[in-house]
Write a protein that binds this ligand. Sequence first.
Ligand code: NAD
Length: 316
Amino acid sequence: MELRELGGTGLRVSPVGFGASPLGNVFGDIPRDVARATVRRALDLGINFFDTSPYYGGTVSESVLGDCLRFAAVPRDSFVVATKCGRYKEGFDFSEGRVTRSIDESLARLGLKYVDILHCHDIEFTNLDQIVNETIPALLKIKESGKARYIGITGLPLSIFTYVLDRVPPGSVDLILSYCHYGINDTMLVNLLPYLKSKGVGVISASPLAMGLLTDNGPPDWHPAPEELKLACRAAADHCRKKGKRIAKLAMEYSLMNNEISTVLVGMNSPEQVEENVAAALELSSSGIDEELLHEVEAMLEPVKNLTWPSGIQQA
Ligand code: NAD
């Protein structure tokens, strides 16, 4: 896979990024040998970007990812790791004290001296002025200490990004991570790309399979999508299967098509899923997307296009 520039960071990342929330068993239990084989396969196939958080599996994802990277015994400068702060199994805490402790805890679990990216995790769950006035300044101190090289913010509603980026000093936030807004059923992120470019902020898009909606197995029980979206995605998946195709592959290819998005984080829990998602990227480069199937699926999802769900607290 050809690497892409990650905004203005100077980092170069694989277009298929490894979402490590499944390593926290959030989509079902993964035995350690399967987790290790999955990460090993990802590295072997050219995936160099790994995303985790203390929240995934209540710290399990970070510990397991750290173990898998150590087991793979690859040089530290050959992979890029992002983790997050502010969201925990116990709840949200974006205070300076908590995020400053958080990075030390994450580094210990990951077994790393630094992370490449430290994100504020799901900032719509606090007053955004706290992110601007307290959390980002705290993360800048962490950056100065060398424990994190770059800073990002993540969340679901797209309005959170403009709110924060319009209020912090230019250059203080390097990246945003948006999820469930650049896939076949929801393309809202595309409207924000010119703004993010003007701010010099790099773009990570997560959940190309809409957290399982665009897979044959369907979403986990906790999936927050409204029922009509779940039903429409199920029908689209069935349609693809009847044609001998897999909706996950189509969805992966679709999300990878926009070069302004540096990397697409997909959650993977087996070497086979890694192979399938990397194959989608390679096939997209060599022969393009299956246009006929895409148009059929887009037509089926049209009634629920850009349908999302509430996330976070009411902002003032
Ligand atoms: P996703 O859309 O990537 O879907 C993951 C699900 O799809 C899992 O059940 C996985 O096993 C399955 N899957 C993966 N490849 C498949 C394939 N080829 N065929 C069939 N099924 C396949 O959703 P996600 O895991 O929630 O998102 C990806 C990653 O992005 C996360 O792991 C996390 O690292 C990151 N993320 C971050 C945030 C945030 O910061 N707020 C939010 C969402 C996701």
